[in-house]
Design a protein around this ligand. Structure first.
Ligand code: F3S
Length: 423
């Protein structure tokens, strides 16, 4: 790999051992990707808050030791300097306000707080969400980024036209400390063209529809770059695009898609393919739609619901408002826990807007900073949950050993109130 003089100096330790360890990670990772050089980045999102699972492995809660080992592959605690790139912490293992709901102890909460404080002291913004683009980190068109979190990666690549591969913890931490990431994959123009044409023969009107389509796309196309053709203009709102990408990145590895007239890099189907012919032409029919919904409900053996999860990826302001409206004048069943997940900054807005009070008066809770899949928790005694997110329906049954129901937000709120799934 060709390094600039400055990169060579960082690799040789002139900026300290931690930066040298970061450069070693980037060079090895870049060689695996086939990169000939690195590219500058000033926008990195990683996940380096460490909690009980990590401290148990090393037998220490020292944040510096945990960061050195798990983020920089060093068995020796390193003196980690301030980050060079603008850096944000993604979603983490615990809600700083509602950690007891998660079943965490005061000590486990304090460990996560110490890890957060350590990051903040190095200049990392503690966003604590899987949707940084909803709370102030909106990369510009064409900007080279280094982000973890598949749902965020596919959103900024597709909707905003920023450029990132799906980073891991170590490569994101290395990018934070060096301001560099390998110039490969989706950083390169020619790798961003569409590969497969998806003809959509179902009318796409609701966010639920986009969830289903996303899950179908990922399952059928894996890590391809789909181009959607609806025979007319699509008009998904940002929430639908958020849910679509998250679903496609969970059933498959979709990191970029093009919707002509909607997403950033494709005004037409021809432009999306960049002059190439599609590798495959796929059709999405009503039969595919129904089969996908059935697949997402396949783990459920009954209709009693113990837990309802809204906000995967973290809920937008519109979604919080909608949940509040759907709960107005209603009460969550005493046999059900209804938890809504959103960035802490949006929880604050929901509080000031009165939506939080409406939601909590109904008996629901609004959580932040984490989610059941990442934090690996569900309310005690949960056997069957319901969600309006194809991604959460995909992951949580395997992670928490529970059954899952998937449907619209309205169906989920109804289930929270009645304790029964009736969609
Ligand atoms: Fe976010 Fe957790 Fe879903 S990280 S995308 S809420 S699985």
């Amino acid at each position: 790999m060709i390094l600039t003089d400055h990169e060579r100096a960082m690799a040789d330790g002139e900026a300290g051992d931690a930066v040298a360890a970061a450069m070693k990670i980037l060079v090895e990772y870049g060689q695996i990707l086939g990169a000939e050089r690195l590219v500058e980045t000033d926008n990195v999102c990683g996940a380096t808050i460490f909690g009980k699972r990590h401290s148990k492995v090393l037998g220490t809660t020292d944040p510096s030791t945990l960061f050195s080992r798990f983020a920089l592959n060093s068995d020796t605690p390193l003196d980690v300097p301030s980050v060079r790139a603008h850096s944000c912490q993604l979603i983490g293992p615990r809600d700083s306000k509602h950690y007891r709901l998660q079943g965490l102890t005061e000590q486990e909460h304090q460990e996560a707080s110490a890890s957060e404080a350590y990051l903040a002291s190095r200049g990392v913004s503690i966003l604590n969400t899987c949707t940084p683009y909803q709370v102030g980190n909106n990369p510009r068109f064409g900007e080279h980024c280094a982000w973890m979190e598949s749902s965020a990666v596919v959103y900024i690549n597709s909707v905003l036209g920023a450029r990132t591969n799906t980073e891991g913890r170590e490569s994101a931490a290395a990018a934070m400390l060096t301001g560099r990431t390998p110039y490969a994959g989706l950083h390169v123009d020619e790798n961003r063209r569409g590969t497969d044409l998806l003809r959509v023969e179902v009318e796409m009107t609701t966010t639920f529809d986009w969830n289903v389509l996303g899950y179908f796309v990922g399952g059928v196309l894996g890590d391809s770059i789909p181009v959607l053709d609806g025979g007319g203009p699509f008009t998904p709102d940002p929430v639908s695009l958020k849910q679509f990408g998250a679903a496609a990145a969970s059933s498959g590895d979709v990191e970029l898609y093009h919707i002509p007239g909607v997403t950033a890099e494709a005004r037409s189907i021809e432009e999306a393919f960049g002059g190439r012919a599609p590798d495959q032409r796929i059709v999405f029919t009503q039969t595919d739609f129904d089969r996908t919904v059935a697949e997402l409900n396949a783990t459920a053996t009954g209709d009693d619901i113990d837990f309802v999860m809204i906000g995967c990826p973290h809920a937008s302001l519109n979604q919080l408002r909608d949940v509040a409206r759907l709960l107005e004048g209603r009460t969550v069943s005493p046999d059900v826990a209804l938890w809504v997940f959103t960035p802490s900054a949006l929880r604050e807005v929901a509080d000031r807007s009165g939506w939080l009070e409406t939601i909590e008066r109904a008996g629901a809770r609004v959580l932040s900073d984490t989610c059941p899949a990442i934090g690996q928790f569900v309310p005690p005694g949960t056997r069957r949950f319901a969600t309006d997110s194809a991604k959460q329906a995909h992951y949580l049954p395997a992670i928490a050993k529970v059954e899952g129901r998937f449907g619209s937000t309205e169906a989920c709120i109804d289930a929270a109130v009645t304790g029964r799934w009736s969609a």
